[in-house]
Design a protein around this ligand. Structure first.
Ligand code: FE2
Length: 309
């Protein structure tokens, strides 16, 4: 099954240790636009070229990490069908009423075997990208404010039983595997990159004993030059850089990994190839895992497998 009505990543709900620092970082440094605050104290952001009301939501907590990650589906009918398909598959679901998140319709939430909460939803208010839908310009001033990604693009999650996650995403949600890294036993995947679109990945997972961990949320930039500009802005704003600017072998994207003020890793990246569901998945072996993750260094850094939130 492929392309089953799941459109794209919709929102990432992140925990930060200090809300004011989070607002400063996601608003001014990363350059997302704040679109609202709710009674629970959550602060909502969107990237400048996104049209829906929010894609990143932060709240203050005692530990950093990710509360949930959501995908937008193409209709309420699809939302209801996938809810019923998930239950039939044996995955309990929870319906979260419309309006529980600002400007967001009803959500279907479920836990995947890696210990993460995933949501589906069909409706979110279209607030636009600051342009008219009639005869627009190419960009708006917000496109140059801070790092200014065009969208929240994907996440990489760490947890156990990723083969069960892969089966669920394949068989119920219609995702397909684009690339994977196989451990030395030749059978077990260390990591999988899954797509519900023609992107090289919409979500990725790495096998890890502790459930529910976040490796990074990624934000798309238009060009390699903008990746370099993002690196400059990270230095100007004293943002700790994990690695890069460099390139991934997997997906071929150009990238920087860095950390927000609470230690959540984020990625600013550009490129990667376009994929289709009929493509044969690309396999990487442990002998070349360093080149797969960091194409230029050709070795993993210590943080890649150990620094998580
Ligand atoms: Fe990534």
């Amino acid at each position: 099954m492929a392309m089953n009505g799941v459109l794209r990543p919709g929102h990432a709900a992140l925990r930060v240790l200090d809300l004011d620092e989070g607002i400063e970082f996601y608003g001014k440094v990363l350059g997302l636009q704040e679109t609202g605050r709710d009674k629970q104290g959550r602060v909502y952001f969107k990237a400048w070229d996104e049209r829906d009301h929010n894609s990143v939501v932060i709240r203050q907590a005692d530990r950093a990490g990710i509360d949930f990650f959501a995908f937008k589906v193409d209709s309420v009918a699809t939302l209801n069908r996938l809810d019923s398909d998930l239950r039939a598959y044996g995955v309990p679901t929870e319906r979260i009423p419309a309006g529980e998140m600002l400007e967001t319709g009803e959500r279907v939430r479920f836990e995947i075997p890696s210990g993460h909460l995933i949501e589906l939803y069909a409706e979110k208010s279209d607030v636009g990208n600051g342009q008219s839908y009639l005869n627009p310009e190419a960009w708006v001033p917000a496109a140059e404010k801070g790092i200014a990604p065009v969208r929240m693009d994907h996440c990489l999650l760490y947890g156990p039983d990723i083969e069960k996650v892969q089966k669920l995403f394949h068989e119920v949600l219609g995702f397909y595997t684009v690339e994977h890294i196989v451990l030395d036993d030749g059978v077990t995947d260390l990591a999988i990159w899954l797509s519900t679109s023609i992107k090289a990945h919409d979500i990725a997972l790495v096998r890890h004993p502790e459930p529910g961990k976040l490796h990074h949320v990624a934000y798309l930039l238009d060009s390699w030059e903008k990746v370099l500009r993002a690196a400059d802005l990270m230095s100007i704003n004293r943002v700790p850089i994990d690695i890069g600017p460099t390139r991934h072998g997997v997906t071929r994207g150009t990238t920087i990994y860095a950390f927000d003020r609470s230690g959540n890793r984020f990625e600013t990246f550009c490129g990667g190839y376009q994929s289709y569901p009929d493509f044969q998945p690309i396999k990487w072996t442990m002998s070349d895992v360093g080149r797969g993750i960091f194409y230029h260094d050709r070795k993993l850094n210590d943080a890649f497998l150990t620094v998580l939130t």
